[in-house]
Design a protein around this ligand. Structure first.
Ligand code: HEC
Length: 184
């Protein structure tokens, strides 16, 4: 084999290598041009679906009964977040021991208490006559949509649409008692 032949072989190898690199680049160009367009389109569509799905869900919860059992939610509820949610209530309610009635009745020891039972507070007829006690389920239903749950209640509050907000605030209310009710 002379050096001329070796040169030819080297040239061949180089050409093959160049063709490969060229092909690789070409497919990369294809990949780069096509992939993002397709992906962007798909993500947009998917997002629309998610948005409309959650909008539909929000509509549902505004009218429907609570879906997830409150005990399940309470098990993973966060009392600090409940304190923040309670800011929406504190305009009308005090929850500390010995707290006075405001626009709404004081809420110390409210879990499992008889509904509408504070002697020193003037309830609406609807709430005074409602009966039963403030179990977790009753609180969860009432706080979702007060006016719908107890028709004629004078609590002017739109309700807490998010399950977690209700669970967090109920866990917070529960802690204001000498003997917090068990979560079973
Ligand atoms: C705008 C004032 C207002 C806001 C805000 C408000 N409430 Fe009330 N709440 C009332 C009034 C008034 C009543 C008495 C309702 C009746 O007599 O029909 C009441 C009653 C209640 C009762 C029944 C108490 C009992 O003694 O039986 C509970 C429980 C309650 N509210 C919890 C809450 C929680 C929790 C929030 C916040 C998420 C909240 N409320 C927000 C005004 C309010």
């Amino acid at each position: 084999m002379d050096s001329f032949e070796i040169n030819k072989i080297v040239a061949c190898v180089l050409v093959v290598a160049l063709v490969f690199i060229g092909l690789a680049n070409f497919s990369e160009i294809l990949y780069h041009v096509e992939k993002p367009e397709v992906a962007a389109y798909q993500v947009e569509g998917a997002e629309d679906m998610v948005v409309s799905a959650s909008a539909a869900m929000a509509d549902d919860t505004a009218t429907a009964e609570p879906e997830i059992p409150i005990q399940t939610l309470l098990a993973s509820a966060d009392i600090e977040k409940g304190a923040k949610v309670f800011k929406k209530c504190s305009q009308c309610h005090v929850v500390e021991k010995g707290g006075a009635n405001k626009i709404g009745p004081a809420l110390w020891d409210i879990v499992n208490k008889d509904i509408g039972s504070k002697e020193d507070y003037k309830y609406s007829n609807a709430m005074a006559a409602y009966g039963g006690n403030w179990t977790y389920e009753q609180l969860n239903g009432y706080l979702l949509n007060p006016k719908k749950y107890i028709e004629g209640t004078k609590m002017s509050f739109v309700g807490l649409k998010k399950e977690k907000d209700r669970a967090n605030v109920i866990l917070y209310l529960r802690s204001f008692s000498d003997n917090p009710a068990p979560i079973e």
